[in-house]
Design a protein around this ligand. Sequence first.
Ligand code: 3BY
Ligand code: FES
Ligand code: FE
Length: 418
Amino acid sequence: MTNYDSAAIRQLVDRRRPQHALESAFYTSPEVFAADMDAIFHRHWLYVAVECEVAEAGDAVVVDIGASSVVIVRGDDDEIRAFHNVCRHRGARLLPPGPAIVGNLVCPYHAWTYGLDGRLKFAEHMGEGFDHSCLGLRPVALKSMAGLLFVCLSDDPPDDMDDVIRQMEPYLAPHDLKNTRVAHTADLIEYGNWKLVLENNRECYHCMPNHPELTIPLFAYGFGFAPEELDAEELAQAERYDTLRRTSHERWEAGGLPSRLIEHLEDRPTGFRTERLPLDGSGESQTMDTMAACRVPLGGLRDKASGGLHFWTQPNAWHHFMGDHVVTFSVIPLDEGRTLVRTKWLVHKDAVEGVDYDVENLTCVWNTTNRQDADLVEMTQRGVRDPAYIPGPYSPYTEGLVEKFMEWYCMRLKACLG
Ligand code: 3BY
Ligand code: FES
Ligand code: FE
């Protein structure tokens, strides 16, 4: 079932100019959006939730992705499973989006009752020959990466996820996500195509002029610059940052914190990138004063200045892991011109609000930055809709990772087009 013309979209992809933004149709056409949902969002691993959201048996969280909806639930056997949120009777949604606590999954329509393992347990009035056993909920592929939960809506998910997990677990494990809880969630609808949200995320070219709050903790962020444009003082600062990055990597790695760059953004279905980077000031956290926002450290992290571990996955996520808290971001397209950006702040599960941390202080940098990014995305969406728009070139210095996102997108769209 496709409501787009694959050949026409393939042509659009084939005529893309490398190192340039995409043509307008990629950001504005409902057909390209349908292709994106089908080829990208229904056939790749998506970051959707954190294990601590389903900490106990019967905890559930429901996430809508386009026309699909997924129930993630922890069973009595402690297993976390994911199911399509579609009743096997006449199709009603079992649960609304968001968190829930359930004993069974009971359809609100005619009360068909499913166990937390998805099996149909009761269905009244269905007669003698009714076979419960073949009407269980349809499973959705789910994997936990050190506590980050990924789902794939395809029956044939990309098989490279186990390798990403193997490479990423040593980086994420020290932050002990399983012993965190969500201190705050912010859902922000950005008025732009999901690819504009990702493009914006994959560069810091816009950070200096637009993110005063973010540039406080981030300092001379490792996102490239044109060396010939720097004056002597800026060059010296860039060199100082490079030295700090190198010596920090050495110190962190010696202390058991993997830190060095791994980058496979454009050469595999489950593209990803990670690196631990030093932060400015005290080097502790992404807060306005650069000090830890939460007094209870995560996991076994004793080095307060453990920087910020960046972790990105294609197509829909980025995260910052610090010594005192973690910020996770997931992107869910709503339509060709609207995108949900869901941000979660995680702290140690024993941390007490108002005693160990203050929500305003914890969330200030990224709430403010997200709103600034939403404005940038919206103004770009308006521009790319204008008939006068012509795709412009990416900076070879500061937009190399945007190009890698686009290479990945074009490669995967072509590979998965129906
Ligand atoms: O979160 C990030 O890693 C990216 C890079 C800098 C700006 N930004 C939102
Ligand atoms: Fe679910 Fe009828 S639609 S019980
Ligand atoms: Fe930004």
